[in-house]
Design a protein around this ligand. Structure first.
Ligand code: ZN
Length: 379
């Protein structure tokens, strides 16, 4: 029996393989050592064997509440991901596996590989409405790529709105890029009337992966320098956060009328939005847009709800280093962070899969209807 995480987005360290009923592992922290929770590894064993894998440092992970009622994700064919019996007790996350084949991959959530990221870009570029733009390099010298969908340029056609959608500022939140994949393919589907109407009214700027370095390194929350990109928006730098620096530059050129920042939440078992209510110039106009967006997204997807979520910031108390708050304030636009669960949506639970890559993709498609519902009123 052996365990390896020596691949794209892999993360695990082996402490002991001596006892099949007490395999001891630990999660390697992000660069800088502040954050960890993402794990992703392959177990090779004997068909029919029963293994208990114990993640010994789970109690020191970034979001310990994330382990409560959490079930680890696994796959034999790396396409179909299901949940494994998992318990959290005394600081230890215990995952049980009954081997059906020689190899099983086990992860915090269905991985979205760097290869798949490049496949996505390669595929969408062939659509006549899509353009790829290189925005700059990351600290590990990876490309930061923008996908622009639209037949006009917002800066030349003043009637076109600019919609910006970004994902994976936090690289371990892979459901965010699954959502983007679903959204992108729906947006480019000629038979999707919602997409067609939306593209008549707006250009859509999409960054499918804001943090490719953290993604490949198997980080939870930070880039190659150990920096949390979603705390860099008020003062990004080429040394610490080139990802944010380059994207803000491009946003200044296109303007932003609607911003959608896609994330995953470790603890809450619901899909929800976090808005910019605490930003200094939050207005009645933005509140009205937010209400409309929320109501239509609820109708478009029964996976979305507005009862559970983060506590809403009191007026003027928002953290302005956070993307949603900074963009809302700087561009005076509707801005929302979308959060999906690592666990499941407790309103529509699925014991086999929990929250899944497929549900993330469908939520991406559903998001287009909420965007169409507000597009005429964005300015
Ligand atoms: Zn996040």
């Amino acid at each position: 029996m052996r365990i390896t995480a020596n691949f794209d987005a892999g993360n695990i360290e082996v402490i002991s393989l001596e006892n099949k009923q007490d395999i001891q592992l630990s999660i390697r922290p992000d660069a800088g050592g502040e954050f960890f929770q993402w794990f992703n590894f392959r177990l090779s064993g004997e068909i029919g064997d029963h293994y208990v894998l114990n993640i010994m440092n789970a109690g020191e992970a970034s979001y310990v509440k994330g382990w409560e009622n959490y079930q680890a994700v696994a796959s034999y064919d790396r396409e179909d991901w299901f949940r494994l019996p998992t318990t959290y007790k005394d600081g230890k996350l215990s995952i049980t596996v009954d081997m059906a084949y020689d190899n099983i991959q086990i992860a915090y959530f269905a991985p979205y590989s760097y290869e798949r990221h490049q496949d996505l870009l390669a595929t969408v570029q062939m659509h006549p409405l899509a353009t790829l733009e290189h925005l700059g390099e990351t600290l590990d010298k990876r490309d930061l790529t923008l996908v622009k969908i639209g037949n006009g340029d917002s800066s030349s056609d003043v009637n076109k709105r600019s919609i910006w959608i970004i994902a994976r500022q936090h690289p371990g939140e892979t459901m965010a890029e699954w959502l983007i994949e679903g959204l992108l393919y729906s947006l480019l589907d000629e038979d999707n009337a919602t997409a067609k109407q939306l593209l008549e009214k707006a250009n859509v700027y999409i960054v499918p992966n804001m943090n490719p370095d953290g993604s490949v390194r198997g980080h939870l929350r930070t880039n190659a320098a150990g920096v949390n990109l979603n705390r860099e928006w008020s003062n990004p730098s080429l040394e610490r956060s080139p990802e944010v620096f380059h994207i803000i530059n491009k946003m200044e050129a296109t303007g932003v009328d609607l911003f959608y920042d896609v994330h995953g939440d470790e603890a809450l078992p619901y899909v929800f939005l976090a808005g910019s209510q605490g930003a200094p110039s939050y207005s009645e106009r933005l509140a009205h847009l937010r209400d409309r967006f929320t109501e239509v997204l609820k109708l478009a997807s029964a996976d979305f709800q507005s009862e559970y979520g983060y506590e809403i910031d009191a007026p003027g108390t928002a953290n302005m280093t956070v993307a949603t708050n900074w963009v809302a304030e700087h561009f005076d636009c509707l801005a929302n962070t979308l959060e999906m669960p690592f666990k499941d949506n407790d309103n529509v639970p699925d014991a086999d899969t929990g929250w899944s890559l497929e549900r993330s993709m469908k939520l991406g498609e559903a998001s287009l209807l909420a965007m169409l519902a507000v597009v005429d009123d964005l300015r």
